[in-house]
Design a protein around this ligand. Sequence first.
Ligand SMILES: O=C[C@H](O)COP(=O)(O)O
Length: 250
Amino acid sequence: MRTPIIAGNWKMFKTVPEAKTFIEEVKGKAEVDGVESVICAPFTNLPALVEAAKGTSIKIGAQNLHFEDNGAYTGEISGEMLKDLGVDYVIIGHSERRAYFAETDETVNKKMHAAFRHGLTPIVCVGEKLEEREAGQTKDVCKVQTEAAFKGLSAEQAAQAVIAYEPIWAIGTGKSSTAQDANEVISYIRELVKGLYGEDVASKVRIQYGGSVKPENVTEYMGQSDIDGALVGGASLQPASYIQLVQGAK
Ligand SMILES: O=C[C@H](O)COP(=O)(O)O
């Protein structure tokens, strides 16, 4: 039985005081037995969030890491530094990083290894662009991205990873994939994991849907056979909405 996981991706939003207030407001409410609740925040908020979330079941994640542990990489943050702060999760390969910050399948794979080296759970993002969907290439794109991301990882590591299927055309647009379409692609991604690691790992790996998930539609996604949660941008920013997302995932 896979534990559902709702992860808020705050992207480049919220100051430290705003982040602290958010945790105060969701404490006890965005905490539901049998649902994992994770806030992935900008680097600047992470120490305050880890502190604010102490004593709660809310986990804190970063939105990126560098693949090396240290070195002359101005402006970068390593997995070792994140672990030192008490961070548990890290988003890797979000489509915005692939599009705007030259993230490639190769760097995504190196970052997956870096995350596991430091005991961080990766939430690795895969998904197709609108033109790829229209050309019938959704599954091909997911195959290339998923297989590249998991290259060289052990079965034990793969089973712990979280995959987020995010069709790029559905991100921040209000145009969500139907729950049935998302489930079909996510089932296919699970089959890919099965092909790489076998049935046991495939049955354990958690796969989220992301793209315009809101309190109004989260239950429909969660009702699908292969969808284990959601990676949520816009609707994770307001405490009331985040609480409803976590409660709706049960
Ligand atoms: O990481 C989250 C996704 O990019 C989805 O963003 P959204 O919920 O604002 O569409």
